[in-house]
Design a protein around this ligand. Structure first.
Ligand SMILES: NC(=O)c1ccc[n+]([C@@H]2O[C@H](COP(=O)([O-])OP(=O)(O)OC[C@H]3O[C@@H](n4cnc5c(N)ncnc54)[C@H](OP(=O)(O)O)[C@@H]3O)[C@@H](O)[C@H]2O)c1
Length: 164
C-alpha cells in the first residue's frame, strides 16, 4: 500500500513557483536531486507541468498526468479526477511524488504526508503560480531546515515538512 503522497516543490520566499509556464529558476543540484528521488518511483503532475518538460515522459519512472483530456496523452497513464488518481495510487507499491504545478499541489495537498520543499532564498518578480503557504498551516510541521547552498545563481536550501 502507498504510504501517502509526497510533494516535491521549489518555492521562493513568497511561495512563487512559476512564471509564464516555466520554473522561476533552474537549479541544477535541485533538478538532479529530484531525478534521484523519483527514479524508480511514480510521479504525478498536471497537464501544464507535464507539457513544460523539454523531454517527456521523464525516463525510468512512471509518469502520471492529471487532465480532463486523457486522450491527448495516449502514451502515458492519465486520470481526469483526484479520486481516480487516488484509487490507483492507494494500491501502488512505490512512493508517489507529486511534482506540481500550482493547481495540482493545491488539490493533492490534503492527501500528502510529506513535503520536500526547496526554498529559494530570493523574491522573484512576476511569479504567476504559487505554492500553498504551508508555514501558516497548523497541519504541517517543518521537520528539517537544510544548510543554505550558495553554489548556484540563487541561494537555496532543502526543507522538509510532515503532516502533524
Ligand atoms: N517550482 C516548482 O516546484 C514547480 C513544479 C511544477 C510546476 N511548476 C510551475 O507551475 C506552473 C504550472 O502550474 P499550473 O498550476 O499552471 O498547472 P498544473 O497544475 O501543472 O496543470 C494544471 C492542469 O492539470 C489538470 N488538472 C489539475 N488538477 C486536476 C484534477 N484534480 N483532475 C483532473 N485534471 C486536473 C488540468 O488539465 P486540463 O486543462 O487538461 O484539464 C489543469 O489545467 C508552471 O509555471 C511550472 O513551471 C513549478
Amino acid at each position: 500500500m502507498a504510504k501517502g503522497l509526497e510533494i516535491i516543490a521549489a518555492a521562493d520566499l513568497k511561495n512563487g513557483i512559476g512564471k509564464d509556464g516555466d520554473l522561476l529558476a533552474h537549479l541544477s543540484p535541485d533538478l538532479k536531486r529530484l531525478r534521484m528521488m523519483t527514479t524508480g518511483n511514480i510521479i504525478v503532475m498536471g497537464r501544464k507541468t507535464y507539457l513544460s518538460f523539454p523531454k517527456r515522459p521523464l525516463p525510468d519512472r512512471e509518469n502520471i498526468v492529471l487532465t480532463s483530456r486523457p486522450e491527448d496523452f495516449p502514451q502515458i497513464r492519465c486520470f481526469s479526477s483526484t479520486d481516480e488518481l487516488l484509487s490507483y495510487t492507494d494500491k501502488a507499491e512505490k512512493t508517489v511524488y507529486v511534482l506540481g504545478g500550482g493547481e495540482v499541489y493545491r488539490c493533492l495537498l490534503p492527501y500528502c504526508t510529506k513535503i520536500h520543499l526547496t526554498r529559494i532564498l530570493h523574491e522573484f518578480e512576476g511569479a504567476d503560480t504559487f505554492f500553498p503557504d504551508i508555514d501558516v498551516m497548523p497541519e504541517w510541521e517543518k521537520t528539517l531546515e537544510g544548510e543554505v547552498i550558495t553554489t548556484e545563481k540563487y541561494p537555496f536550501r532543502y526543507d522538509e515538512y510532515k503532516r502533524v
